[in-house]
Design a protein around this ligand. Structure first.
Ligand SMILES: [Zn+2]
Length: 258
């Protein structure tokens, strides 16, 4: 819980800084929770005995293979396996040479001068400190074409991890997941894939597969009307297009069908 609490404090302050357009600080604050805290939470989810043994004996820096292995298992363990890509989640957080990942911005936010060839500081410059409006827009676009994806993945990791500790009403969990998926759908549809730098169209297709539920009135499986996803996300109401009944979340019985 302390590891999660620390994660939330950093993310919360990062989002507040982002809202105030203090983007260098926002990027700097995102580094530890997404690279460190999240990895140990993923490890706790996929192999708690191994983590606890290593923690007791003294943790060392995990290897690339170990990180990739844990993330792959975590992506397969959550309630929406196949929705998130383990390679993409690894590359966003750790791959230095992936120009669509956070490493470049994290290094630039934390150091005035960087020498790694993919994000080397130009002559007569310091990283980020001389940026104007155009650079700010680029940084905002970078952040908001990636962060909702990663943070929704984190919610899934935590839901699964906490389910192992204390059971929660599954209909409530599924109702909230349906609502988040509706929010993610609205987000994904609002983005221009050409600005994303990663395959958001593939993710949108996967989202459609998961945004299905069983009507509590007529028991038929349906995909919510995409025009009404705003009402589902914001207002917690869902309309079955097959029998016309409107239900309010949390539904009594929910079955997400992938
Ligand atoms: Zn129905």
């Amino acid at each position: 819980m302390a590891l999660l609490s620390d994660f939330c404090h950093f993310i919360y302050e990062a989002l507040k800084c982002s809202k105030k357009l203090k983007l260098t600080v926002a990027f700097a604050l995102l580094r530890k929770p997404l690279k460190d805290n999240l990895f140990y939470l993923e490890w706790l989810l996929v192999n708690r005995p191994e983590f606890l043994k290593m923690f007791k004996d003294g943790l060392s820096e995990p290897t690339t293979d170990a990180r990739r292995g844990v993330i792959k298992l975590a992506v397969d363990s959550i309630a929406t396996p196949g929705l998130y890509g383990s390679d993409l989640i690894y590359d966003f957080r750790y791959k230095k040479s992936a120009n669509f990942g956070f490493e470049g911005n994290w290094n630039k936010a934390n150091h005035l001068i960087t020498t790694f060839h993919d994000f080397k500081t130009e002559a007569q410059n310091f990283n980020f400190v001389f940026g104007g409006e155009a650079e700010r827009d680029t940084q905002l676009r970078f952040l908001y074409t990636r962060l909702p994806y990663l943070l929704n993945y984190v919610v899934e990791v935590m839901e699964s991890l906490l389910e192992n500790i204390e059971k929660t009403d599954s209909a409530y969990i599924e109702s909230m997941r349906l609502r988040r998926l509706a929010g993610l759908t609205i987000w994904a549809q609002s983005l221009d894939p050409a600005h994303c730098g990663w395959d958001i169209e593939r993710f949108s297709e996967k989202l459609k597969e998961y945004l299905k539920t069983e009507c509590p009135k007529c028991s038929q499986v349906y995909s919510p009307d995409l025009k009404l996803t705003g009402i589902l996300y914001e207002g917690g109401k869902i309309r079955c297009p097959l029998c016309g009944s409107v239900s309010r979340l949390p539904l009594k019985y929910v079955r997400l069908v992938a």
